[in-house]
Design a protein around this ligand. Sequence first.
Ligand SMILES: C[S@@+](CC[C@H](N)C(=O)[O-])C[C@H]1O[C@@H](n2cnc3c(N)ncnc32)[C@H](O)[C@@H]1O
Length: 272
Amino acid sequence: MSDKSNNHGIEKLLREIDNTLKWQSSNLHKKVADLLYPRLESLLWLEKRLAIKGQLPPLSGWPAAPDFLLRLHTWVCKHKPQVVVETGSGVTTLVIADALRQNGSGKLISLEHLQEYADKTNETLKDEALTAWVELRVGVLVPWYGEHLNPADAEKSSRWYSLDLEGIEQINLLIVDGPPGATCLYARYPALPAFFEWLAPTAEIWMDDANRQEEKDISEAWAERYGFELELIPLEKGMSRLWRAGGVTPAAPSATVDTSERSLGLDFSIGR
Ligand SMILES: C[S@@+](CC[C@H](N)C(=O)[O-])C[C@H]1O[C@@H](n2cnc3c(N)ncnc32)[C@H](O)[C@@H]1O
């Protein structure tokens, strides 16, 4: 082979490498931009809405993503639910409590299985004078014998929060973000069987992480078995929303300004 055709081959190879690198880098740039810009946008709006004085824990990894948190805060401020229940405490607990305080009414019951994280969340609630809006109930995960999608002969048997659910009724919003997926197959399924009886007719159920197949399957099974409408919302981690057809989202009651100790440290300014 002549030197000329050898050089030609090398030049062609270099051009191909160059094109591949350009294509990969623009692809990577697009992927980063697609994830980062909506995240930043949600964070900016969330920061505008929150009235807390300190900061939220870092929002990467375990907590709900900023787009879910923003939607949650906005919904609670708009619909003024009186009873919110969540499974899996953390950033969502702070965000809901902040919205309830801005509303001037309502309570959040948060179920948590790990004392360590309940303590962390309680500490932040205390620092922000938000404790009066939240009952954080801690209970380890224990065997669950109710209805489930986890097969009876599964490697990991079904478990759910060992909690006294007393006093929980007329739930307006149920947020399902626990227990962890590693608990057993379809770990979050018991949330609806456990709370179904206590839902207000107009209740909404929101499931975080609905990009995952298990969470999608749970949401579809809930919709079918319990007669709910289902919407899958394409957020960063995915969200499913369930509600009863004909159920009207609660009309926002007029804010009641509390004169009890609940109101201590309150800041009602919404447009901070
Ligand atoms: C899927 S995470 C979501 C918790 C919450 N709904 C949120 O979005 O922030 C579920 C678990 O994370 C754990 N968790 C809570 N606070 C935490 C923290 N500061 N660091 C690490 N894990 C935490 C808790 O055990 C909680 O049940």
